[in-house]
Design a protein around this ligand. Sequence first.
Ligand code: ADP
Ligand code: MG
Length: 143
Amino acid sequence: MNGNYTFTMIKPCAVKAGFTGRILADILEGGFDIVAMKFTRMTREQAETFYSVHQGKPFFESLVDFMSSGPIVAAIVSKENAVADFRTLIGATNPENAAEGTIRRKYAESLQRNAVHGSDSDENATLEASHFFSGFERFQGYR
Ligand code: ADP
Ligand code: MG
């Protein structure tokens, strides 16, 4: 993948709260196209792998418990400058600091239960997408 893709998850809190449709609408209205998408659930081990960069931090165990607690929507989305523009669309990690109108500001419950994930670099977008999607599950340039 190059700079035109990023990886996202609608986290268990937002799926449980019924925000899936509204969050997907915000992503599409934000100018992103869906390249791949699935409704799935991470095992605890998969969540540990996904968030391994945070291993050892005080919030790691509860983050892994939370992220494996229920179904998520995982997706690859595409747009020019996808990683940075998607982080702008979702807002700051802590929803209290997230700009008005951002997805986290609108749908987050707390710092941990902050509604959505967005990759922080092209390299991590590629790695994270590869955890969830094979080549045959990716559809580009259909619009
Ligand atoms: P982001 O998701 O914005 O890239 P980080 O990579 O720093 O943020 O953290 C990953 C996830 O871990 C956050 O989205 C949030 O769910 C959780 N998290 C981060 N910091 C904390 C914290 N201090 N306490 C509880 N959960 C946290
Ligand atoms: Mg991060």
